[in-house]
Design a protein around this ligand. Structure first.
Ligand code: GLN
Ligand code: ZN
Length: 761
């Protein structure tokens, strides 16, 4: 009975690790306290998997911060600025790399493939010195063994590690990171040898970059790396694990011909075409780890369907070489359904979090081995049937409306320059209009008000009056600062997706459905389980109230459909674009109600549009097409005189600039302050952009207050590339996480810089 789990969430069912880490960082608890929490978590996870009957249980998937940083520590690749002097890397050097310290900034963090998890990017160069500096993989293996559990130690594979790295500061961009293979493999060999000596019989290398578009040079690196490791690996069963997408045919060929490897793991949820590759040829005598249970979602598996896929694979790999597995590490899903007190039983019966997925994997393995638990399978089939037929899932009207959108186009009737003229007649804005992105600082007091209202500790009246007061304060501040287009500050919102999800039908919220985002930070994505509709206006009351407090234009503030989709757990019973179209229709209603209520400027944030890009280039066009279409659906019906803004985070979107233009917003504000040059180069290269654009003039992620000169300088740089009449002046993103003592002087300088430049035009 062969079952395997690729990896498991480390945060704990109630975020125990988060609290232990933060208390340690705050100096409120000791390293021993932290280690105790970590040891307990690891042992309970191993025991749980072993108790469930899992045969191949992973170790070294725990981390105090990030598995890529753990690998950096293992290789001793500590950037010089941390003044590490050698030996075993301790917590202080480790956390300095992760989070910076009083004198040295942290290493960069970036998204782990197309997930919402962020890893610490290794900084490597020709002079990086490597040494075996963290024995974590071995000590975790031994720790499990001492509990009587023989595990499969997991390492980030050497090729993926290098391909995920960046050249250190001062190193030529053209430096070949792969040229470091020869330097890191000796350390991998030491680790492997020690694991072998400790008794390991299996080892897992995670090589997820294999699902990306790789060139011949990169593929050759895989072949030579594993050939080089072959001798050291002999006597061990070696599993190469890939996940997150279909593996390209060329890469599949390279992978399945690697020497010294005995097993291959594939994501069969996001890799439907990989299944065809496997069926058409799979090397004989090798193990196939079939990732049929979805590691990135929260839905109960369709066990009957998985079983039949698995049965068909028995013919390919052989009965004794087929292993049931998860599609990827379970760290991308929520931890344990048992702690869900807010969800009703019906919805709960449709779900499986990490702990439940472990049981599913084992049940499938048993069924394959002829010991099918009929009652368990029957309960699963019943839950699936109830989900399919539940009136809470299906809303005929919404289905019809969304279906009618497919294949058609939705655009505003007039082109953007005519619209901007019509809007200017009404809005009468000065040249280089100033604005902000939406949120203003969220004070402790404000959070308390929201919490108490939710807990019904204060009345609706008290709540409304407190929020009104806050809006009034924010309006007055902006008027005093002399900002041109105002915002209400979003004091009623905890989170830009949750706020809308809570008011839309088809969404459910968990109490503990946390997923690690980076370090100790977790997010709790809403679950979209049914057809989405908007029973009532969601923001109109607050926007109208805010507009009534000022004669300046007040922006309505909405989250766009693509962002709501990308930051939620989505349905797996219909394509993503269908769900997105449904959300678009709901937001469209809100846009129209705002317009009818007299709001003349409406911002529809698409903060997460860029991050939804599929991993494989061949799939970009399709995604961008429906994503951009969804955005246009939300505002295709407004009058020319209504000004539609959008906002995007993440500065690197040069590759999707044409899609951004195709969104056809009247004004776009974008995060930019960390990379002016990158963004402006697109326009310098002649991309035609006729709509309004506000590249952020200062970084809101830092408490630093930018000077007037500095902002003026940046605006002037932008003016050298962009037409005066399309440029807007605004910060990078929302001000929610900043303090008033930072926001006020920063915005003062932003407005004075703008006024200064206006006099020079
Ligand atoms: N309007 C939102 C805010 O200002 C946008 C946040 C975001 O882009 N992440 O907070
Ligand atoms: Zn933003």
């Amino acid at each position: 009975m062969a079952s395997h789990i690729v990896g498991y969430p480390r945060m704990g069912p109630k975020r125990e690790l988060k609290f232990a880490l933060e208390s340690f960082w705050d100096g409120k608890s000791s390293a021993e306290d932290l280690e105790k929490v970590a040891t307990d978590l690891r042992s309970s996870i191993w025991k749980q998997m072993s108790g469930a009957g899992i045969k191949y249980i992973p170790s070294n998937t725990f981390s105090y911060y990030d598995q890529v940083l753990d690998t950096t520590a293992m290789l001793g690749a500590v950037p010089e600025r941390y003044s590490w002097t050698g030996g075993e890397i301790g917590l202080s050097t480790y956390f300095s790399m992760a989070r910076g310290n009083a004198t040295v900034p942290a290493m960069e963090m970036t998204k782990w493939f197309d997930t919402n998890y962020h890893f610490i990017v290794p900084e490597l160069g020709p002079s990086t010195k490597f040494s075996y500096a963290s024995h974590k993989a071995v000590s975790e293996y031994k720790e499990a063994k001492a509990l009587g559990i023989d595990t499969v130690p997991v390492l980030v594979g050497p090729v993926s590690y290098l391909l995920l790295s960046k050249p250190a500061k001062g190193v030529e961009k053209s430096f070949s990171l792969l040229s470091l293979l020869g330097s890191i493999l000796p350390i991998y060999k030491e680790v492997v040898a020690e694991l072998k000596a400790a008794g390991a019989s299996w080892i897992q290398f995670d090589e997820p970059t294999l699902v990306k578009d790789l060139g011949a040079h990169e593929l050759a690196a895989f072949s030579s790396a594993y050939a080089e490791l072959e001798l050291t690996l002999s006597g061990l069963n070696v599993l190469i694990e890939t996940y997150f997408a279909d593996i390209p045919a060329e890469s599949y060929k390279t992978l399945t011909s690697l020497s010294g490897v005995t097993a291959y793991g594939f994501d069969l949820i996001r890799g439907a075409k990989t299944l065809d590759l496997i069926r058409s040829s799979f090397p004989s005598g090798k193990y196939l780890f079939a990732g049929v249970v979805d590691g990135r979602n929260i839905w109960a598996d369709d066990l009957a369907a998985s079983l039949s896929t698995l049965q068909s694979l028995e013919a390919v790999a052989g009965k004794d070489k087929l292993v049931v597995s998860t599609s990827c590490s379970l760290m991308h899903t929520a931890v344990d359904l048992i702690n869900e007190t807010k969800l009703d039983d019906e919805i709960k019966s449709w779900l499986a979090f990490a702990a439940q997925k472990v049981v599913e994997v084992n049940a499938l393995a048993k069924a394959l081995a002829g010991q099918k638990d009929e009652a368990y399978f029957a309960a699963n089939a019943a839950a699936l049937a109830s989900r399919k037929s539940s009136p809470r899932v299906t809303n005929e009207e919404v289905q019809k409306a969304a279906a009618a959108l497919k294949g058609s186009d939705h655009r505003r009737a007039t082109n953007v320059s005519a619209r901007l003229d019509a809007q200017q007649k009404k809005l009468n804005l000065p040249v280089l209009p100033t604005t902000t992105i939406g949120s203003f600082p969220q004070t402790v007091e404000l959070r308390r008000v929201r919490r108490e209202y939710k807990a019904k500790k204060i009345s609706e009246e008290e709540y409304i009056s407190a929020i009104k007061e806050e809006i009034n304060k924010v309006v007055k501040i902006q008027e005093e600062l002399d900002i041109d287009v105002l915002v209400h500050g979003e004091p009623e919102r905890n989170d830009m997706v949750e706020y809308f999800g809570e008011q839309l039908s088809g969404f459910a919220f968990t109490a503990n459905g946390w997923v690690q985002s980076y370090g100790s930070r977790c997010v709790k994505p809403p679950i979209i389980y049914g057809d989405v509709s908007r029973p009532n206006p969601m923001t109109v009351f607050w926007s109208k109230t805010a507009q009534s407090m000022t004669s300046r234009p007040m922006k309505g503030m909405l989250t766009g459909p693509v962002t709501i989709l990308n930051w939620s757990f989505v349905r797996n019973d219909q394509p993503r674009f269908e769900t997105c179209y449904q959300i678009a229709l709901a937001i469209k209603k809100e846009v129209e109600d705002l317009e009818a209520a007299g709001i003349q400027v409406i911002q529809i944030d698409e903060a997460a549009l860029r991050e939804g890009l599929p991993l494989r280039k061949s799939e970009h066009a399709f995604y961008l097409d429906w994503a951009v279409h969804s955005f246009r659906i939300t505002n295709c019906g407004v009058q020319d005189t209504t000004q539609i803004h959008t906002h995007m985070c993440y500065s690197n979107f040069n590759d999707i600039i044409h899609s951004i233009i195709d969104m056809d917003a009247d004004v776009i504000t974008i995060e930019n302050s960390r990379s002016d040059e990158k963004l402006l180069s697109v326009f310098r290269e002649g991309v035609k952009y006729g709509a309004g654009i506000g590249p952020g003039v200062y970084d809101i992620h830092s408490p630093r207050i930018p000077s007037t000169e500095e902002i003026a300088d940046r605006v002037n740089k932008m003016l050298a590339v962009l037409d005066t009449n399309i440029l807007w002046v605004n910060p990078d993103c929302g001000l929610k996480t900043r303090k008033y003592t930072e926001v006020k002087p920063a915005l003062t300088n932003m407005v004075s810089a703008t006024k200064l430049i206006r006099t020079q035009l």
